[in-house]
Every structure is written in C-alpha cells, then in structure tokens.
Design a protein around this ligand. Structure first.
Ligand SMILES: NC(=O)c1ccc[n+]([C@@H]2O[C@H](COP(=O)([O-])OP(=O)(O)OC[C@H]3O[C@@H](n4cnc5c(N)ncnc54)[C@H](OP(=O)(O)O)[C@@H]3O)[C@@H](O)[C@H]2O)c1
Length: 325
C-alpha cells in the first residue's frame, strides 16, 4: 500500500489562484499524453503520478478525451486513485474538462449544456470521484450562446459535481464575457487555462489584464512546448518521444539554433532548459501554476525542481528574447 512521502510539502511552492481561497502548486501535472491505456504501461504511469504527489504536486489535470483512446487517461487516474490516492483526496485538486470531440453525434462536442452535464457525469464515473475540484469549459464555442455554457457551469457547481469552474483557450474578449456571465450568476470563475511558453506569448496581449482585473488565476499549459523547450530534442527525436510518435521527427535547423541558445542561458543559470522554461512562465505572480506533462519519473522530478529558482535578471530575460528572434 502506497504511503505518501512525509516530506511532500518540503520543497514545492504554492501560489494563490487569483482572488480565491485555493493555492496551486507552482508545478502541476497534466495527463493529456502518456496516460492512456494505449500510451504505456500502467505501472509506469502510476509511478509518475505517485512521485508527483510525493513532490508536493497537489494538482492533476485531466479532460474527458485524454487518452488514447478517449477517456482512458481518466480511467488510469481512477485506478491510481482507487488503489493509492483515495486517502489523500482532501490534499488534491483534481480537474477535468469538456469542449472538444468526445463522442459521436451532435451532443459530444463544443459547449452545450447537454454536452457539458453528460460529460462531467461520465468523467466522474471513469475516475471514481465524487466530485471534481475544478471543471473547465475546454474551448470557446462561437455557436453556443455563452449564457448556455455558463448556465451549465453554474449547474455543475450548484449540484456539487465540481467545487469551482474555469475556462480554457478563451481569448481576452471571450474570457471577459464568460467571467461576467458567471459573475451574473454568482459563480466566480476560478481559473483560465491558456497555452503559454517562451515561444508563445499571446496571453500577454490583453488576456492577462482581464484575468488580473477579474481576480481569475492562470494555469499555463504546455510550458515546455510539448518537449521542445527541454533537452529532449537537442540531438534529433529519440524513439518514444512525442515528436517521434507523432511522426514529426527532429527540430528544424532554425528551431534547433534557438533551443541551443536557450539551453546555454539555462546552464548559466544552473538550470536545465526544461527548468528554465517552467521558471520563465512563473517569473511573476500573474501565472499561478505551470501545467506540465511527463513521460517518466525523472522528468517530473526535474520539472518540480524548477521552483527552486523562478527569478530572472533583466539581462537574462533580454537574452531569452534575443535567443528566439
Ligand atoms: N487546455 C488545453 O487545451 C490543453 C492543451 C494541451 C495540454 N493541456 C494540459 O497541459 C498538460 C501539459 O501539456 P503538454 O504535455 O503538452 O506540456 P509540456 O509540459 O509542454 O510537454 C510535456 C512533454 O515534454 C516532455 N518533457 C517533460 N518534461 C521533460 C523533461 N524534464 N525533459 C525532457 N522532456 C520533458 C515529455 O515528452 P515525451 O513524452 O516525449 O517524453 C512530455 O510529455 C496536458 O497534460 C494537459 O493537462 C491542456
């Protein structure tokens, strides 16, 4: 029987999520890739999740269609939860989402009330949880009125299926509309989950201002650009890596030139490139947590250690900006 490490709160740091009572670990783990039943061995997947918790990573992020096949990452989590993590339920922030393709027909995608309510019910069954801590609408849906999507999120909170709600991939104006519609319903939007990393800074052009003004936290997904901002592809695309699996192969010459420069800056800071990339999204308090993926215990250990140094000098930030030009 698993017993969590006694020192699990020794080194991880926690940040308040916007204007709320919730603190998230500076590094959170997501199970989009590597945790499906077709993505690897269950024992390896379980080892990564338990090591993450032992490192103080109290937040695990899921979605209905993570796998492959769809749903199976939630089932993997559910197995680990039933066998090992259940005694620690009150130490965990567990999230899921709906908004992308999940089941056939017109009710298994986007942002209708029909889809969101059915999806969270399915996710609760697959994970064996009584409730999620956070439930997200996974992407904006230009077709469904935002009032309907927010009505579904409100119902999810009122019925106790999730404690908090969030939005993901919403642009600045879309986010404002959703946050204000939720406000109108006396539901606070806890968090926004956008993509953000050294090479993708779109949230700095408007979205961050909206979230700050509204007291909504930010969890930056993909801070490693899927592995590009790590040592993984410095010498081609190793067998089993995401780019090899997806058939993309190694980085282009231009990408490699930038990554090598970034790698040098990281080494000067006494960090690996992965650690510097995580630290970079955490360099000020606007971002609550960096949401990483990991395919091994060694990766999550390396990533969690990034919190030891999230401060940058002006010169380092300028060097990083110059490296990706
Ligand atoms: N809301 C959304 O629309 C959305 C979209 C995408 C992701 N997400 C969330 O964000 C999470 C993270 O996404 P992501 O996996 O793309 O993020 P990421 O952290 O940018 O990339 C993770 C990948 O980088 C590699 N990696 C991680 N740590 C490493 C290390 N220390 N050294 C070398 N390589 C390392 C691994 O690739 P290998 O597998 O090759 O080892 C790992 O699978 C997802 O699980 C999900 O929860 C949300």
């Amino acid at each position: 029987m698993y017993k969590a490490a006694d020192n699990r709160y020794g080194t991880m740091k926690y940040r308040r999520c916007g204007k709320s009572g919730i603190h998230l670990p500076e590094v959170s783990i997501g199970i989009w890739q590597n945790f499906g039943s077709a993505s690897g061995k269950y024992e390896d997947q379980k080892a990564v999740l338990l090591r993450a918790f032992d490192l103080g990573i109290t937040h695990i992020d899921m979605a209905n269609n993570y796998g492959p096949p769809y749903g199976s990452a939630e089932e993997t989590f559910g197995r680990v939860y039933a066998s090992d993590l259940k005694p620690y339920r009150d130490e965990l922030i567990l999230s899921s989402k709906a908004g992308f393709d999940m089941w056939p027909g017109p009710y298994g995608n986007w942002g209708s009330k029909k889809y969101l309510i059915a999806s969270i019910d399915q996710s609760l069954k697959r994970t064996g949880l009584e409730y999620f801590d956070i439930f997200y609408h996974h992407r904006p849906d230009g077709g469904t009125p935002i009032e309907e999507t927010c009505e579904a999120l409100e119902q999810i909170v009122r019925s106790g299926k999730a404690l908090y709600v969030g939005i993901s991939n919403y642009g600045a104006d879309e986010a404002r509309r959703a946050i204000e519609e939720l406000e109108r319903r006396n539901v606070h939007c806890l968090i926004h989950q956008p993509n953000y990393h050294i090479m993708n800074r779109w949230i700095e052009n408007g979205l961050q201002q909206v979230l700050e003004e509204k007291g909504v936290g930010t969890i930056a997904f993909g801070p490693l650009a899927g592995g590009m901002l790590t040592g993984r592809y410095l010498n081609g695309a190793p067998a089993g890596s995401r780019r090899a699996r997806d058939g993309w192969g190694g980085l282009s010459e231009e990408e490699l030139r930038k990554i090598k420069k970034l790698n040098e800056i990281a080494l000067e800071r006494g960090q690996t490139l992965a650690q510097m990339a995580i630290a970079w999204v955490l360099r000020d308090e606007k971002v609550t947590s960096a949401l990483v993926g990991a395919s091994s215990v060694a990766q999550i250990e390396e990533n969690a250690a990034a919190v030891a140094n999230t401060e940058f000098t002006k010169e380092e930030l300028e060097l990083i900006d110059a490296a990706i030009k």
